[in-house]
Ligand binder design. Structure first.
Ligand code: LM2
Ligand code: CA
Length: 523
């Protein structure tokens, strides 16, 4: 069947919502078109797409450490998924570049694939497979960071021992014809340098090199099928979906063509497809414009969260009171299409986000995000660094060593008791709507989620006592930030919080502190 790839995607005549207002004939015709022409990551091929609950982004934790965390911490805490670093064989630098380049194995080697075997800094294919199955047994699905826009742009050898040159990666194999190159042909990049010079130019953003990385010709069917084969191999291991690196530089049409070739996951669902699209681009380059092809990363939300939580001594940027409106009302992508987070590996280094370096304020922001109901919330756990290029803890060959939460080298945010408490709270309140919003107009906010849970957050520097409506039945509750219900009392000797018969609570929220109540922890 001929199909104009530039035409708008054909959809059932009633859009994506089914109603009884159409005739049987129209329904039949609609379904015929629907199945023949569309299969994107929003479930439009008639199968449900995997939708992660709360996930942990275990950035560059090695596979055996991720497996251990799934069993001992993530599963028991109620994390429903884990995102892992790019598992493909990648650049292994053998010498420093020039200038101020002092790190032989910077963390970003993994964003430079050489081939799609699973021999990486994080472990072997066997360790990857064992990790996926261990995590799934612990109730934690695995989502993979997929680097499919480009191949490596530097070096000549990989962690798997493969040799290559720019535009020739024999282990895949890819040859020069599989890449966008500087030139004037239909598949070429027409910028004078061959790189992206104008991030608002659609042609350059899709077809020119990002950071000198060899740009795959992702509209070529042969390239698409090799990329789909890689992702299907991962799905075969039990992977549930992908964070698509540099998705903005692939473009909707090529992303859709690759996605259509993906198999269903072990759970019988279409894979989750979370597209990395930095904001700031106009029209078709905006994050909003990629929600037709899948979910997107909440990168604009990262900045709004930073601005609400971060106040500098001399420059007060924002306040928690601004978070009364957060989500589509504040210009962000729709909640059900967004992977939301306080930071990721890029934004913790580029100033866009709060990071572990912000201490209790960073934890508070994560606790608030888990309570907010916006997006599929993701908690980031990486490694500490002093310079932006620093390697994760590794041996002399760049192989990442086992993560250890006692050394200060790994941030282990997912193990923090306040975070764990709010993961449970998040899972318990489910989709209940926000209600009973309170703010002092400054840095204290509180709200309930339906009548299932209530939480308060104080980003100020002194304790604040509030008397507010919780929406909860009267009784005594354990503050999930510090304790849990155990028999008729709260763990850790924490005093219960009393809600009166009208649903009112009077409680003191400490500086950079939170209080979280839910009916699962009612005495
Ligand atoms: C991403 N999303 O679109 C990743 O989230 C981000 O971390 C990646 O950049 C980027 N896209 C490419 O996948 C990181 C890192 C860069 C690094 C690249 C490639 O932030 O600094 O670039 O990975 O490893 C490095 C050098 C850069 C050089 C490039 C190519 O820093 O100076 O460009 O390698 O040799 C000439
Ligand atoms: Ca591209």
């Amino acid at each position: 069947m001929d199909r104009d790839l530039n035409a708008p995607r054909l959809r059932p005549p009633w859009g994506t919502r089914r109603t009884a207002m159409v005739t049987v004939a129209a329904v039949a015709a609609g379904f015929a078109l629907w199945f023949a022409t569309s299969a994107d990551a929003n479930g439009d091929d008639g199968h449900r797409t995997d939708a992660p609950g709360v996930t942990a982004n275990m950035f560059e934790w090695n596979w055996s450490s991720v497996a251990r965390e799934c069993t001992n911490h993530l599963g028991p805490a109620g994390f429903r998924g884990v995102q892992v670093a790019p598992p493909a064989d990648s650049l292994k630098r053998t010498s420093l570049g020039n200038g101020s380049d002092t790190v032989l194995h910077p963390w970003w080697e993994v964003y430079q694939p050489v081939d799609y075997t699973l021999t990486s800094r994080m472990g072997t294919a066997a360790q990857f497979a064992a990790m996926v199955s261990t995590c799934r047994q612990a109730g934690v699905k695995v989502y993979v960071d997929a680097v499919i826009n480009h191949m490596t742009g530097q070096g000549n050898t990989s962690y798997g021992g493969q040799s290559y040159t720019h535009f020739s990666y024999p282990a895949v194999p890819y040859t020069a014809a599989d890449f966008h190159q500087k030139g004037t042909g239909p598949n070429d990049c027409s910028s004078s340098s061959g790189g992206i010079e104008d991030f608002n130019n659609v042609h350059q953003v899709f077809k020119c090199e990002l950071l000198g990385l060899a740009d795959l010709n992702t509209s070529d069917p042969g390239v698409q099928s090799r990329l789909a084969a890689y992702l299907n191999t991962l799905i075969g291991y039990g992977v549930s979906g992908f964070r698509v690196d540099a998705a903005k530089h692939i473009g909707q049409a090529d992303l859709d063509a690759i996605y259509r070739q993906l198999h269903r996951t072990k759970d019988g669902l279409r894979p989750y497809w979370a597209l990395e699209v930095f904001g700031g681009g106009p029209g078709i380059l905006s994050p909003q414009a990629f929600t037709t092809s899948g979910s997107v990363l909440g990168l604009d939300g990262v900045k709004q969260i930073r601005d609400a939580f971060k106040s500098y001594p001399d420059q007060h940027i924002g306040s928690l009171a601004t978070l009364q409106v957060f989500g589509s009302g504040s210009g962000l992508t729709p909640s059900d299409r967004t992977l939301s987070f306080v930071t990721n590996h890029d934004t913790e280094r580029n100033g866009d986000a709060l990071s572990y370096k912000d201490g209790s304020r960073y934890l508070l922001a994560n606790e608030w995000l888990l309570a907010s109901g916006y997006g599929s919330p993701q908690v980031f756990s990486g490694f500490t660094f002093s310079s932006p290029d620093d390697s994760p803890p590794s041996d002399a060959n760049g192989i990442i060593t086992d993560a250890d939460c006692g050394t200060g080298r790994w941030t282990c945010t997912h193990r923090n008791p306040g975070i764990v408490g709010m993961v449970g709270w998040h899972n318990y309140v489910g989709k209940a709507q926000r209600a009973n919003f309170y703010t002092d107009g400054d840095n204290v906010i509180a709200f309930s989620r339906g009548n299932r849970g209530w939480a308060a957050f104080n980003n100020g520097t002194s304790p604040k006592t509030i008397t507010v409506q919780t929406g909860l039945p009267g009784g005594d509750y354990c503050n999930v930030l510090a304790s849990q219900r155990s028999g008729s009392g709260c763990t850790n000797g924490a005093p219960p919080v009393h809600v009166d018969s009208h649903g009112l609570v009077t409680t003191t929220v400490g500086p950079s502190g939170a209080v979280g109540l839910d009916r699962a922890n009612k005495l």
